[in-house]
Structures are given as C-alpha cells and as structure tokens.
Design a protein around this ligand. Structure first.
Ligand code: ZN
Length: 108
C-alpha cells in the first residue's frame, strides 16, 4: 500500500518512468535493427571456466560495440553476430562487456 499523501504524485511519476523506459527500449531496438554490426566493432567476451564445483562456467559472448547487441555463444550459437564467430576479434573483460551490452539477443 502506497502512502496516501503522495500516492497520486507517485503514480504520476511512475507513468513518466514507464513512458521513458518504453522510449529507451524503442531507441535500443531501432539502433540494433539499423546497425550492420561491422566486424571492426565486434568484441568477444571469452568463456569463463568454473572456478570450483560450486560455480558454473560462464558462456562466451560476442557484442557489437556500435549498437550494444550481445549474443551468447552456447546453445544454438551466434545468429545476428555469426559473421564474427571464429574471426580474430578483440577480446574484452566481463566489466567492459557489461557496460557496452544493451540487449542480449535471444530469438524474440
Ligand atoms: Zn551492431
């Protein structure tokens, strides 16, 4: 239950937040759709093996630094960034990947 003295203002702000998030999603979608994912802009986040039996391995990713599209290399493999698979693309750290990756492609 929201505090009643500010509930109307909170709802008004939430409506604004929802509209801005929608605008952000649409901008990212449009940018990714229009990007040609040039090979020079692709970076690879390498596979990370498990450090012990309590941690699982982390999959490799390819990410386009031009538009922020990222794809995981396991499962069905790369689709949108397939042209960069097994090419000599530069590697990035997990922190750099997290910063540049705006959308993880997952067939939707
Ligand atoms: Zn791209």
């Amino acid at each position: 239950m929201k505090p009643y003295l500010i509930s109307i203002e909170l709802e008004r702000l939430q409506t604004k937040i929802d509209a801005l998030l929608k605008e952000k999603r649409e901008l990212i979608d449009k940018t990714i759709k229009e990007c040609e994912h040039p090979l020079a802009a692709i970076r690879e986040l390498p596979y990370k093996p498990p450090i012990n039996s309590f941690f699982t391995a982390e999959p490799p990713h390819l990410v386009c630094t031009a538009c922020g599209l990222s794809e995981q290399g396991w499962g069905c493999g790369y689709k949108k960034l397939k042209h960069a698979d097994n090419k000599n693309v530069k590697q990035i750290t997990r922190e750099e990947w997290a910063e540049v990756s705006l959308r993880i492609y997952n067939d939707e």
